[in-house]
Each structure stands twice: as C-alpha cells, then as structure tokens.
Unconditional design. Structure first.
Length: 248
C-alpha cells in the first residue's frame, strides 16, 4: 500500500488546532487525530494508578512493564472518540485536573517515548485511510519530521484565552450545565495565565518541545476567523501536495 500522506498541525493551546485540523481533514478526506487526547488518556491511566509526575522512574518502569496501558488506548474513527481499557473516556480527559496533569506528564521522556509508536501507527493498517491530519506540539518536529505538509498555529495569548472562555460557555450551554466549569475557568485573565504557564512548560521540556519546524507554514490564528484559518491551512497543504499529484 502507498504510504499515508501526513499533515502536521502544531502550536500552543487554544490556537484552534482541534477545530481547524478537524475541518481541514474533512476537506481533504483524511483522518483527523488529536494527539493531545492520547496524552490526556495516558495521564488518566497514570493518575488512576497513583503514579505522580514527580516519580519518573516508577512511571518509566510501569510504561515498559507488562501493565503498560498504551496498547489499551484507542483513537476510534469516526467519530473521533478516545477509549481506554475499552471505556469511552472522551469526556473524562477534558477536566481541568487532567489538562494540568497531561501537561506535567508530557514533560517526561518515558511518557513521550511510550506514545510515539501509537501516534505513528494510527490509520496505517486501514485501507480506507489515505492521509492523516494530526495536531499536537511536536508532530512536525518529532513524530513526523518528514510530514508532507506542516502548519504552525500561533497567536496572542489574550485572544486565545478569550476564545477558550467563549468555547467553555458554549459547551455549558450545549450541556445545559451551568456548573460544568468553575469561575476561574471562565475568567479570561486567569485562563490567560494558565495557558501561558502550560505553553511555557510545553516549550521548554527536553524532549518533544513545542516548536515551529523550519519548513512549517505559520498562521496567526488571532487575526483570522476559524473559517479563514481553515481556508489558509487548506491552501498551504494543497500547494505543498501539488508537487506530487498522486497525493491528493
Ligand atoms: O487542547 P489543548 O491545547 O488545551 O491541549 P491538548 O492539545 O489536548 O494537550 C494537552 C497537553 O498534552 C498539552 O499541554 C501538552 O503538554 C501535551 N501534549 C504534548 O505534549 N504533545 C502533543 N503532541 C500533544 C499534547
Ligand atoms: O486545539 P486547540 O487548543 O489549539 O484549540 P481549539 O479548542 O480548537 O480552539 C479554541 C477555540 O477557539 C474554539 O472554540 C475555536 O473554534 C476558536 N477559534 C476561533 O474562534 N478562531 C480561530 N481562528 C481559531 C480558533
């Protein structure tokens, strides 16, 4: 079978990676993969085993031992849900607690090494999948350094925080649950601080740091609407893939 076309989408939090990469994948007829969900699912597994990020040697032993949970993490498509041990954990991985923990565990080389094979393999054995759009932090630099197209989304942290709060309010309205998020999670100033702290941790870790690949197309998410952003991404990918007409 022909190798899969790979499109890497990286950038800090709330630059619209999930929403825009999903729409881009749809337009291209490719599979969308949210690599952050894999890190979140592993964080859920590690925290339920009471293994804190402050104990890297215990985590490394667990992840290389017979109980390694990574083979039991599954990205299911469609509709793009995440399973752990046969249970749908798509909602459980979205809490603030797991968001925070995912970012702390993601610093550890053992955690990154445990997930890299899974990230590279998703879609490979599926004859219906021609290409993969994967979003994350180090997709274009570490997971798929030879990706066919790379996009890096960036943007002012205050705009990102305001969009994150708006997104949470929409989620609360959709769920009919006014208590889905606490006051801090809806305060733009505090959300901006939390985003900046997580971005800093993501940018400064020794392995798999958030970074813009030299051959990535950079898009300022703060100055465009979501649809404009997807349009720019689609245009960039199609122009990269145009060199090889068999890819599209
Ligand atoms: O949606 P949001 O940007 O808030 O987070 P996410 O993409 O779901 O990622 C959650 C955490 O997982 C991030 O803070 C990163 O530390 C980590 N992550 C990573 O290290 N590498 C990736 N490829 C994806 C996520
Ligand atoms: O995955 P990531 O954390 O990078 O971001 P997201 O969850 O896809 O996007 C955060 C929020 O910003 C979502 O509600 C997006 O629809 C919104 N957004 C926007 O309104 N305009 C953009 N240009 C990009 C994102």
């Amino acid at each position: 079978a022909a190798p899969l076309v790979r499109v890497a989408v990286d950038g800090p939090s709330a630059t619209g990676k999930s929403d825009s990469a999903q729409q881009l994948a749809q337009r291209l007829g490719f599979l969308y993969v949210d690599s952050g969900a894999l890190f979140r699912a592993l964080a859920l597994a590690l925290s339920s085993k009471l293994l804190p990020a402050s104990n890297p040697s215990a985590i490394a032993a667990y992840l290389t031992g017979p109980e390694n949970p990574v083979p039991r993490i599954q990205w299911t498509f469609p509709p793009g849900r995440i399973m752990l041990n046969g249970h749908d954990v798509s909602l459980a991985i979205r809490t603030d607690e797991i968001t925070q923990k995912a970012s702390e565990y993601a610093v550890l080389p053992a955690v990154r090494e445990a997930l890299i094979g899974l990230q590279r393999h998703i879609g490979v054995d599926d004859p219906n999948v021609r290409g993969v759009v994967m979003d994350g932090r180090d997709i274009g630099t570490t997971v798929f350094p030879d990706a066919d197209a790379k996009l890096f989304l960036d943007g002012d942290v205050h705009v990102r925080a305001a969009r994150r709060v708006r997104q949470r309010r929409q989620q609360m309205a959709a769920a009919g649950d006014e208590k889905l998020f606490d006051a801090a999670a809806l305060d733009v100033v505090r959300v901006a601080e939390a985003l900046a702290a997580r971005d800093y941790r993501d940018r400064t870790r020794p392995q798999g740091a958030l970074a813009c690949a030299p051959d990535a197309v950079v898009i300022d998410s703060a100055s465009v609407t979501l649809t404009e952003q997807v349009d720019m991404m689609e245009k960039a990918v199609r122009s990269r893939l145009a060199c090889d007409a068999t890819l599209l």
